[in-house]
Design a protein around this ligand. Structure first.
Ligand code: ZN
Length: 158
């Protein structure tokens, strides 16, 4: 491969000015929950298929990226968090919502749920919140996490 000195390997382009065989691509920006969402959209005049999107928090850090695994139908949305964890999202809206409301780090932070038996506050990890049906309590009862998940999002006051 020879390198043309006048064309650097990476350079700024106007996607609308790309030559004919390539599909029309635009970059959209919008705000959601204070975060900036940038999505690369193919053929905006016609089918409006998102290639992928990125969500940036107000402090400029990346929350993560999302894309449709089935781009033609715009279905099977996937999220890639900054730690490399891959998530499934029911829709593009859900992907953006999740990325724009999820607290930085994701892993080590903890939350509090109330024991259904003795009402004592129980500290749980985010992993417990997302994975477990219940959180055990020393009283022998516990918190019904399935119930809590139906009524609150992680990060809200539970
Ligand atoms: Zn208890």
């Amino acid at each position: 491969m020879s390198r043309n000195a006048r064309t650097p390997a990476v350079h700024v382009i106007d996607p609308m000015a790309d030559p004919a065989p390539l599909p029309e691509i635009t970059v959209d920006h919008f705000r959601e929950n204070g975060c900036t969402v940038t999505c690369v959209v193919i053929d905006p005049a016609d089918a409006q298929q998102t290639l992928y999107g990125t969500v940036t928090r107000p402090d400029g850090t990346l929350a993560g990226t999302y894309y449709p695994a089935d781009r033609v139908r715009g279905e099977h949305w996937r999220i890639v968090a900054t730690d490399g964890t891959h998530y499934h999202a029911a829709s593009e809206f859900d992907a953006v919502e999740w990325l724009s409301t999820t607290t930085p780090g994701g892993g080590p932070d903890t939350g509090t749920v109330e024991c259904g038996g003795c009402s004592r506050p129980l500290t749980i990890t985010r992993q417990q919140w997302e994975r477990d049906a219940s959180a055990p309590c020393p009283c022998g009862s516990g918190a019904d996490l399935t119930f809590h998940r139906r009524h609150a999002e992680w990060g809200e006051n539970l």
